[in-house]
Design a protein around this ligand. Structure first.
Ligand code: SF4
Ligand code: SF4
Ligand code: FES
Length: 324
């Protein structure tokens, strides 16, 4: 089969194609295959790896456009996933600047991590003598987020970063912000929450690609949602994002259970901002995607009463402290 690798020599992009027998491919991991190609066919191929045990996060690359942790991905599984293809394309992670071949620049991501101050500023009651004691439940609440190995698979798939990275950070940065903000030893969650808000917390487009691709089963999307809930509870609810979330809940519970695009836009951005978008509204109406009469509400969706009961049960559980 053919393994096509996207290359970059610091100036220009090009591709290298390596022909391998299927018995040379099977039984390898994606990382050992890259090492095999380097050893037997092309010493100039560059990639990064260290632990070979899914711990250091250094070896993530893309295969056919999707990110994988190379040392933790069996070639047989890839062959099955892509139905025994005649060729596979290996490329560097997306949404990172490529330094050379499959090696990407992590410095901007680390700079973003610095912004959310991922280390703990402990509460003043802790001392060198007493330490920072946590209950098992406190540890369990953020245990999953500690599993992040900074591999970048989530960032590579992130549709918001792809569309516009100028007002957003890598999904894993929000995971680390949440881990630090929700740590029971932390003196003040705001230290981590405020920079997360200032750097795009409300700009996630909810595609959940980050959840699908994380080799450690972490949901950065879920952590973003949790940070948003934390922000609302702490009264940090200014701006379009929180207004949008509140309007969405209003439509579900007090409205007919359908997202009312017209009301949502008016509540989230106000009348003035929407006057500049009349052409979009006109085109949506023309295409039958928006009904102006919906501003007065419509028929309740089937199961609306159950939906309201679910929201009320969640609110009750939150009050009783059984959910956060
Ligand atoms: S859910 Fe949000 S953070 Fe996750 S990939 Fe999509 S846009 Fe990015
Ligand atoms: S959240 Fe998952 S995919 Fe993202 S960097 Fe951490 S381990 Fe990798
Ligand atoms: S080499 Fe360390 S995670 Fe793959």
């Amino acid at each position: 089969m053919k393994i096509i690798i996207e290359r970059f020599d610091g100036k220009k992009k090009y591709e290298s194609t390596y022909e391998l027998r299927i018995d040379e491919v099977k039984g390898q991991t994606l990382l050992s295959l890259l090492q095999y190609i380097k050893r037997t066919q092309d010493i100039t191929l560059n990639f990064t790896a260290a632990c070979r045990m899914a711990i250091c996060g250094a070896c993530a690359v893309r295969v056919n456009g999707h990110s994988y942790l190379a040392c933790d991905t069996k070639m047989e599984e890839l062959l099955e996933e892509y139905e025994n293809p005649e060729s596979m394309r290996i490329s560097p992670l997306n949404n990172f600047r490529v330094i050379t071949d499959l090696v990407v620049d992590w410095e901007p991501s680390i700079e973003n991590l610095r912004k959310v101050k991922p280390t703990i500023t402990p509460k003043s009651e802790f001392s060198e003598k007493t330490g920072c004691v946590q209950t098992q439940a406190d540890v369990d609440a953020i245990k999953k987020q500690w599993d992040c190995i900074l591999c970048g698979c989530c960032a590579s798939e992130c549709n918001k970063l792809e569309a516009d990275a100028s007002d957003y950070m890598q999904p894993f940065v929000f995971t680390h912000a949440y881990r630090a903000a929700d740590d029971s030893r932390s003196k003040d969650p705001m230290i981590h929450l405020k920079p997360a808000i200032a750097n795009g917390l409300w700009n996630c487009v909810h595609c959940q690609e980050c959840v699908d691709r994380c080799p450690k089963g972490i949901s950065s999307f879920g952590d973003i949602e949790s940070l948003r809930v934390m922000a609302m509870k702490k009264g940090l609810n200014e701006g379009m994002g929180p207004a949008h979330a509140e309007a969405f809940l209003l439509d579900m519970v007090e409205g007919d259970g359908r997202l009312n695009e017209i009301k949502l836009a008016l509540r989230s951005e106000g009348v003035l901002a929407n006057t500049t978008k009349l052409d979009i509204a006109y085109n949506l109406m023309k295409a039958g995607k928006m009904n102006p009469l919906h501003i007065f509400g419509g028929e309740k969706i089937e199961g609306h009463a159950e939906l309201v009961k679910m929201v009320e049960a969640a609110r009750k559980a939150e009050k009783e402290g059984t959910i956060k």
